[in-house]
Design a protein. Structure first.
Length: 450
């Protein structure tokens, strides 16, 4: 059956793409961008639908390289359907999901099961990491590099306990992964020693304000330094996730992403919050690695304006409210932020700390470049029409009733933002508009040019 041609004309937009912002319009034909027009230029043929984007930025869809959708096995707090709804509402059109589910994504069968679930349930585009363990390095050469976004390596214990701590195994993974290795870097021996010391001083569950002192700067730095060392020794393609300290930035190079074999991600939580927020938000902002000092946060923000930090992700990690009760050792770590990642980063633009072109580089272009994603991440003719319209002058406050993540809460509740996502297109289909998600459409599996 031949699909009828649908042409959608988005006019009067402020298009942000490849380092430039300009007045213009685009034409979507079915799934793809057909035309990118400057102000005054008209579409070459008639369009079925016209959308007036007056006053809005038109951005490529956000690509989040770091989410935990909890599916399968932990779907009491999140699943692919609910979290992809939250993604669409936040302007996120593609995500890469982590392996610490139940079962863990550490076998080829578990990996294939996730792809099958996403094809049925995901409203936006998707890929999945394969989880490296102390015992499955022999499977790495069997992975389809055109489908799998990367290998996830926990060099510190976190939710799901997938810690790889044998040096021989680490060297083997770095030497033979054959694709990007995304690492969670925290030194477990340092964390354990700190935890014991704080237990002796403050009891079985010290206040959450001690979390960044238990999962300390030293723990992060030593583990990240080891990852960098192994990458240099083996020539592996290393991507350090959720950098949380100023000290770790000294391990990174300020040069264009295309010239790097070692790259780094900062997460919205570490860019938006600091240790002063524990008094106000408590365990709601407890995550691994911990949110650290204001000095660390400000250093990460500055690193967004150069090439030290390459990507902004979320580490979106839903838990039920009752699971977040407790302190530094008993409350679970992780928070849901996906729906508000773009608007939170727009606050840095609003405050003059980040240019809108830099935001698009870190959240759209760089993920596409770093992961070698086919035909996404840029506003170019022939690319998939993954797009988001953002009103930069629409003040609103996050309330519980607007949260789409299944867990039903966010540390962003009560936060007033100055920008709002108006519409999200996924493969040319209007998936979010007027505060509503269209659940009729399904996203596509990402493809990688490797």
């Amino acid at each position: 059956m031949i699909q009828a041609m649908k042409r959608t004309y988005i006019k009067n937009a402020r298009i942000v793409n490849e380092g430039q912002t300009f007045e213009g319009a685009i034409v979507i034909e079915n799934e793809v961008i057909a035309e990118v027009l400057k102000a005054g230029e008209e579409p070459t043929t008639l369009c079925n639908e016209t959308i007036d984007a007056q006053g809005c930025y038109l951005l490529p869809g956000i690509i989040d390289d770091h989410v935990h959708f909890r599916d399968p096995g932990l779907t009491h707090k999140a699943d692919i359907h609910t979290e992809s709804m939250a993604a669409a509402a936040g302007g996120v059109t593609s995500y890469m999901d982590m392996p610490n589910t139940n079962p863990q994504t550490t076998t080829l069968e578990a990996l294939e099961d996730k792809f099958e679930k996403a094809a049925m349930k995901s409203l936006v585009n998707y890929s999945f990491y394969f989880g490296a363990t102390n015992n499955n390095a022999h499977l790495l050469p069997l992975l389809d590099k055109t489908r799998v976004c990367g290998v996830k390596l926990f060099m510190g214990a976190s939710t799901g306990n997938m810690l790889v701590d044998r040096m021989e195994t680490l060297k083997n993974i770095f030497a033979h992964a054959g694709m990007l290795i995304a690492t969670h870097c925290e030194d477990q021996s340092i964390i354990s020693a700190n935890g014991n010391a704080y237990r002796e001083k403050y009891g079985d569950d010290p206040d959450v304000k001690y979390h960044p002192l238990i999962r300390s700067e030293e723990a992060c730095y030593q583990s990240s330094a080891l990852a960098v060392q192994l990458a240099k020794e083996t020539g592996a393609r290393l991507h350090i996730l959720h950098i949380s300290t100023a000290r770790e930035l000294t391990l990174l190079e300020d040069k264009p992403i295309a010239e790097k074999h070692i790259t780094a991600e900062a997460c919205v939580s570490h860019l938006f919050f600091c240790d002063k927020d524990y008094d106000r938000l408590g365990a709601r902002i407890k995550c691994n690695p911990a949110i650290k000092t204001e000095t660390d946060r400000d250093a990460l923000r500055i690193a967004l304006t150069n090439n030290l930090i390459d990507i902004v992700g979320t580490d979106h990690a839903p838990h039920l409210p009752e699971e977040k009760k407790g302190g530094a050792l008993k409350a679970v770590s992780g928070m849901p932020t996906l729906q508000f990642s773009l608007t939170a980063m727009m606050e840095l633009v609003h405050e003059g700390l980040l240019g809108i072109e830099q935001l698009v580089q870190k959240m759209c272009h760089a993920p596409a470049t770093l992961y070698q994603i086919a035909n996404r991440g840029f506003i170019r003719p022939g690319y998939q029409a993954d797009l988001v319209l953002v009103n930069p002058s629409k003040e609103w406050t996050v309330t519980a009733d607007c949260i789409l993540s299944k867990c039903g809460w966010s540390p962003m509740e009560g936060q007033t933002f100055h920008a709002k996502v108006e519409k999200t297109f996924v493969n040319g289909k209007l998936t979010y508009s007027d505060n509503k998600v269209n659940t009729d459409h399904r996203g596509q599996a990402l493809r990688f040019c490797r």
